[in-house]
Design a protein around this ligand. Structure first.
Ligand SMILES: [Ca+2]
Ligand SMILES: [Ca+2]
Ligand SMILES: [Ca+2]
Ligand SMILES: [Ca+2]
Length: 336
């Protein structure tokens, strides 16, 4: 059997570095495939926060490995607000601006304002705007993709820690009051969703839609850096819809404080060194009984240094699985 070059490299990488890297290679859809989130959502700024969007904009970052040299494209699924998927209030009248940024000022580690968490300021637009477009109610983009790019990977902002160039896409509800539901895909092809090898995506404030059923559990995967001793989660407008659990290699599932209607709930929980350099699994589990429909929710997680933590679309180190303590301490005898 003849393997083509990229499959060969892929298998070699798995052999050398293990399975987590294989998971990273599929990190281009936003929301990510392990997150089980149907859509991102951004309302027009004349909307009400009680519909589940706290600030009427959403920021995502894409990382492209330094050694990737071909053009990249950011594809937006259903960028319009109207027709299928979107959340109507009265008539559809929202206008949504998507803009792509590269260059210095984008990297949210060197320029924390780029994270977009300082409310009321426009300082999240750091970097050079590479491309932008406003969408209204447009049948030609309904249930279809619009493609930004091509972009040269080196147009991004280089980050040493991830050895990657970072791009930023800002989605803003510039007018109207309806909710725009959409998804992203970082692609190597303008017309198809073809993954960029080794790429990933992340955000610091995630505003998303839950599935309209009882059984689907949504997940987000914040990455825990070395030295973190506790984290604070903040969730908004969860509509008292069931529970939010945190699972990790060390946590079997702890319940965090949940918000109800148009309010934030915050709570802290401890992090142990066994959880460093891995991801947490936040599980959003809907309440049974009467279905909470069209639930949009926001989540932010800060670490003990007060910094917002990135949620990666493809979890770093893979989806964390709870390990019994006996598995963590090698001196303990295995339980049978
Ligand atoms: Ca639509
Ligand atoms: Ca409207
Ligand atoms: Ca839409
Ligand atoms: Ca909600």
């Amino acid at each position: 059997m003849k393997l083509n070059n990229s499959i060969y490299k892929f298998l070699l990488t798995i052999l050398i570095l293990g399975f987590p890297v294989a998971i990273r290679l599929s990190g281009q859809p936003v929301p990510g495939k392990d997150e089980n989130i149907p859509f991102l959502v951004t309302f027009g700024k004349e909307g009400k926060t009680s519909w589940g969007d706290a600030d009427f904009y959403q920021i995502f970052f894409f990382t492209v490995p330094k050694d990737y040299s071909k053009p990249i494209y950011i594809r937006v699924f259903d960028p319009d607000c109207g027709g299928q998927h979107d959340e109507i209030q009265g008539d559809f009248n929202s206008r949504t601006l998507f803009s792509v940024y590269g260059g210095k000022g984008v990297d949210p580690e060197r320029n924390p304002e780029s994270q977009g968490l300082e409310k009321g300021l426009n300082n999240y637009k750091g970097g050079n705007m590479l491309s932008s477009k406003v969408f209204g109610t447009e049948a030609r983009y309904d249930n279809k993709y619009f493609t930004f790019g091509p972009f040269n990977p080196t147009d991004g902002d280089y980050n040493l820690k991830w050895d990657s160039y970072i791009f930023k896409i800002v989605c803003e509800g510039v007018a109207g009051d309806d909710g725009n539901l959409y998804r992203y895909f970082l692609s190597s092809d303008p017309n198809n969703n073809i993954p960029v090898e080794g790429a990933n995506a992340f955000t610091y404030e995630y505003t998303f839609r839950m599935w309209n059923d009882f059984r689907s559990v949504a997940h987000i995967y914040p990455y825990i850096d070395t030295g973190i001793v506790f984290t604070q989660q903040e969730n908004f407008d969860w509509d008292n819809d069931g529970k939010i659990l945190v699972v990790s290699r060390y946590k079997q599932g702890i319940s965090v404080d949940i918000s109800n209607e148009d309010n934030w709930a915050k709570s802290k929980f401890l992090i142990v060194p066994e959880e460093w350099k891995s991801s947490l699994d936040f599980q959003f589990i809907k309440r049974q009984g009467e279905l909470v429909k069209n639930n949009n929710v926001v989540i932010i997680i800060r670490n003990s240094r007060g910094e917002a933590m990135p949620f990666f679309s493809s979890p770093i180190g893979g989806v964390p699985k709870y390990e019994k303590r006996t598995n963590i301490t090698p001196t303990a005898p295995p339980k049978k």
